[in-house]
Design a protein around this ligand. Structure first.
Ligand SMILES: Nc1ncnc2c1ncn2[C@@H]1O[C@H](COP(=O)(O)OP(=O)(O)OP(=O)(O)O)[C@@H](O)[C@H]1O
Ligand SMILES: O=C(O)[C@H](O)COP(=O)(O)O
Length: 393
């Protein structure tokens, strides 16, 4: 079902409750990565240019329903103001009389940022009263928080029952890119899945096996597959209870004609540290008291080759412990191959987005999702409550 967008509503003079995802990394009261704030700007500018009174709302961190001084949104408001060259008034509440008074005094085109919606316990419970209190502040609801679209919360889903609810430009773009990739992919279509645990990627691997031509596996989760192939993995990450599942994925790939690639060689170390001795071994030669912490050079060559010969690539999860320089090469090389390929490249948020930033190739990717969990759930084929709740066209 098609959902209404900002372009379907008259915004002039309207109070617009615009949910954004300003859940940004912070250190010492400052925003350390403003990617998500920058990503919301087209929608905010559209609202301003169309004469709306812009009431921004977001969560930050997981304050568990109480006020947490370190999780106030004022620093994000200041950053937004700096980026827009325009006043953004940060309030210290998200509902109540004071907020209502502030909104009543707004002129068309003004912007306020409400306080962290998760300071209220009702937010994450999708409490009806809180949803109504948010809705009472506005005439229209715009959801632009793709990163939080997998959460059925009062400010993402509940509020949509009480107002005309439309998508913002970022939400629309994310759904468009990821949706098109999954429904009408250019081929060869390759998915690269890494990260720590099989358990977190079961849904996405299963769903992608129905869609892709190639599946490249790396990172901590690959060792459960290696074990499933019958090799010893030393002290590498293992999820004993997922070995059978890994076997079933290998079988499913065979049945579907998907080329499933697993590491041929790995970088091993005796401890989880950047300083110890490391060596490269073939996948069937991991010594008993060593652990695999990155893919090796033969694997890098093979994976890069697949990447260079694809037309569409989705990447979620690093190939190794890329935060440590001794084990960054696999993730770095994959990032560099992604930068070089002519394929349409999509980064599924979270650590992979951090990796392409770290290796200075972010601007060479076609789309970097602002959602970690949200893009993963979308790629699992799940419905996103923040999208489902929007008004049908
Ligand atoms: N071989 C390995 N052994 C141990 N840890 C690993 C290994 N390879 C990668 N990791 C770690 O996995 C972590 C990332 O995995 P995780 O599943 O948490 O995130 P992700 O897959 O990037 O998900 P998201 O994109 O949602 O953040 C990184 O911190 C990385 O150091
Ligand atoms: O950072 C994210 O993935 C989103 O902002 C959602 O945050 P959450 O996992 O705390 O709901």
């Amino acid at each position: 079902m098609k959902k209404m967008t900002m372009k379907d509503v008259d915004l002039k003079g309207k109070r617009v409750f615009c949910r954004v995802d300003f859940n940004v990394p912070m250190s010492e009261g400052k925003v350390t990565d403003d990617t998500r704030i920058r990503a919301a700007i087209p929608t905010i500018e559209y609202l301003v240019d169309n004469g709306a009174k812009v009431i921004l709302a977001s969560h930050l961190g997981r304050p568990k329903g109480t006020v947490n001084e370190d999780m106030r949104l004022a620093a994000a408001g200041a950053k937004l103001s700096e980026l827009l060259h325009k006043e953004v008034k940060s309030l210290d509440e998200s509902i109540g009389q004071k907020v209502e008074q502030e909104i009543a005094s707004m002129n068309d085109g003004d912007i306020v940022l409400l306080e962290n919606v998760r300071f209220h316990p009702g937010e994450e419970k999708n409490d009806e009263q809180l949803a109504k209190a948010f809705a009472a502040l506005a005439d229209v609801f715009v959801n632009d928080a793709f990163g939080a679209a997998h959460r059925a919360h009062a400010s993402t889903a509940g509020i949509a029952k009480h107002l005309t609810a439309v998508s913002g430009l970022l939400l629309e773009k994310e759904l468009d890119v990821l949706g098109k990739a999954l429904s009408e992919p250019e081929r060869p279509f390759t998915a690269i899945i890494g990260g720590a645990k099989v358990k977190d990627k079961i849904g996405v691997i299963d769903h992608l096996l129905d869609k892709v031509d190639n599946l490249l596996i790396g990172g901590g989760l690959s060792y459960t597959f290696t074990k499933a192939q019958g090799h010893e993995i030393g002290t590498s990450l293992l999820e004993e209870d997922k070995i059978e599942l890994a076997q079933s994925f290998i079988k499913k790939a065979e049945e579907k004609g998907v080329k499933l690639y697993l590491p041929l060689d790995v970088v091993v170390a005796q401890k989880f540290s950047n300083d110890g001795e490391t060596k490269v071994v073939n996948i069937d030669e991991i010594p008993a008291d060593w652990m695999g912490l990155d893919i090796g050079p033969k694997t890098v060559e093979l994976y890069s080759d697949v990447i260079l010969n694809s037309k569409l690539i989705i990447w979620n999860g690093p190939m190794g412990v890329f935060e440590m320089s001794s084990f960054e090469n696999g993730t770095k090389s994959v990032a560099q191959a992604m930068a070089k390929t002519e394929a349409y490249t999509v980064i599924g948020g979270g650590d992979s987005a951090a990796a392409v930033e770290q290796f200075n190739v972010a601007d060479q990717m076609d789309h970097i999702s602002t959602g970690g969990g949200a893009s993963l759930e979308f790629m699992e084929g799940k419905e996103l409550p923040g999208v489902t709740a929007l008004t049908d066209k």
